[in-house]
Design a protein. Structure first.
Length: 472
């Protein structure tokens, strides 16, 4: 495809009308009333103009749109929650398969499973499962789409207790490049089922996900404590040692290095102060959680401590306000084999030099259930790295984009000195490094993924993602 792609202006209007009449949903073109809203994404840096947006309402709609794009060699992108930082949900001049109307969730509390359509966000799933005190291990921002999150692994508060989002996946419905609608699980199309658990959107449009649920909530204890950044070595090292001496099926801390926001709810004299925070949600009884997480709150004198009993739904929404729709985002990540003093000092140095006060450098403490799954069992790679560093450039003004992107890239380059390789493909920047970084991220799983790609998408229709070309 590539250079052979058709110019969308060459598509006869009659063919467009044929597709429109086929869909239960809506087909949008430039100039239509809803087109402008259909091409807006969470990340304000993304400004693309698709030729067609198919707002699908069924698997059959998705299949028709995929066949239409494939037959006419149109660029094709897939929009689930629209929250992916790289902006692959939109394409210029092509067709967008928009799942935003497909948000149904069915819960079987007795079997502890939930089936969610591909346009769901974490909030859709959590609100459906929490009345039964059940949860799937999803992410940490309720407005995130489940599709992109799960297809590239899915890290959240429950990663040490219950694994990754892709580990909880029991089966899925996938529309492949030829328009086939397949049910995939361990017994049906097992090669494709393996690939979608961490291999990204390379293999088709996933229109539904069935998850295994775990007893979680409705009330839990949340650690949310902020220390002066000058204590970063002490805080992060203590957290590392604390996890080594506690059961590995408990809380999964997130360390955050940043600057105190100018929030009226926080002391004014601390606004702008560099901090190192520890956030962790205990998956069990709130009283047990308070006792288990108390040591993380007493490492040294905190700037402030916002910890306490909360609901799982509130914890899942805790960070939403930090990532408003339409702001500008550029995130990268790097896996680390350990936290040396030199590494921590570099984290702090880069965090305090961020051009935007909303930017952070995050330390994801891994291990537990996510590390107990053998690396070859799913396409996700990087389970055995004890730390993932997320470098989050977050800002509002378009005029500041160059400085903020440069800061993220500089921080990424500085941390690569300590890394044995690998990134988290939900935090990929704009994948400007190309196939080299994708190969590195999938490691030993790359060749097997390429073989699955060749079997299900030999023409690389689904290439707007961390792409794996269909090579043997």
């Amino acid at each position: 495809m590539g250079a052979e792609d058709r110019n969308p202006d060459e598509i006869p209007a009659s063919l467009v009308e044929t597709l429109r009449s086929t869909l239960r949903g809506t087909l949008l073109r430039p100039g239509d009333a809803e087109y402008a809203s259909a091409r807006r994404l969470w990340n304000g840096m993304i400004d693309r103009r698709p030729a067609l947006v198919a707002r699908c309402e069924s698997d059959e709609d998705v299949a028709a749109a995929v066949r239409f794009a494939g037959d006419r060699r149109l660029p094709l992108s897939v929009r689930g929650g629209g929250h992916g930082v790289a902006g692959h949900a939109l394409c210029d001049g092509g067709l967008v398969v928009d799942l935003s109307r497909m948000t149904g969730v069915e819960v079987d509390a007795g079997e502890r499973t939930a089936r969610a359509q591909g346009g769901c966000t974490l909030g859709h799933v959590d609100r459906a499962t929490q009345p039964y005190a059940l949860a799937a291990p999803l992410g940490v921002v309720s407005e995130t789409g489940i599709a992109g999150l799960t297809l590239s692994g899915g890290m959240g508060w429950l990663r040490r207790a219950h694994g990754l989002s892709c580990d909880a996946l029991l089966r899925a419905t996938v529309v492949t490049a030829d328009g086939s609608v397949l049910t995939v699980d361990a017994d049906h199309h097992p090669d494709l089922f393996w690939a979608i658990r961490g291999g990204g959107g390379n293999f088709g449009v996933v229109t539904s996900f069935e998850y295994r649920l775990h007893p979680v909530g409705p009330e839990l204890f949340l650690c949310n404590v902020y220390y002066p950044a000058r204590h970063a070595r002490e805080v992060l090292r203590f957290c590392e040692n604390h996890l080594a001496g506690t059961p590995d099926d408990g809380a999964a801390p997130l360390g955050v290095l940043g600057r105190v926001p100018a929030d009226d709810a926080l002391p004014a004299d601390l606004h702008g102060e560099p901090f190192v925070a520890l956030l962790a949600l205990h998956p069990g009884d709130p009283a047990e959680g308070e006792a288990a997480l108390r040591p993380l709150r007493e490492i040294t004198e905190p700037l402030f401590d916002l910890s306490g009993v909360t609901t799982y739904l509130a914890a899942q929404s805790l960070l939403d306000e930090d990532y408003p729709d339409g702001d500008r985002y550029y995130w990268k990540s790097v896996s680390l084999p350990g936290l040396t003093d030199e590494t921590i000092d570099r984290l702090v140095d880069h965090a305090v030099r961020a051009p935007s006060p909303a930017s952070t450098v995050d330390v994801w403490f891994q291990g537990g259930a996510m590390a107990r799954v053998p690396e070859p069992e799913t396409a996700f790679s990087g389970r055995n790295a004890p730390y993932l560093i997320g470098i989050e450039g977050n800002w509002s003004d378009a005029a500041d984009s160059e400085r903020n992107v440069a800061w993220v890239r500089d921080t990424f380059a500085a941390l690569r000195d300590f890394s044995a390789g690998g990134i988290y493909l939900n935090f990929p920047g704009f994948l400007e490094e190309g196939e080299q970084l994708v190969r590195e991220s999938f490691g030993a799983n790359y060749a097997r993924l390429a073989a699955v790609k060749a079997a299900y998408d030999p023409d690389n229709l689904f290439r707007l993602n961390p792409n794996i070309p269909p090579k043997a």
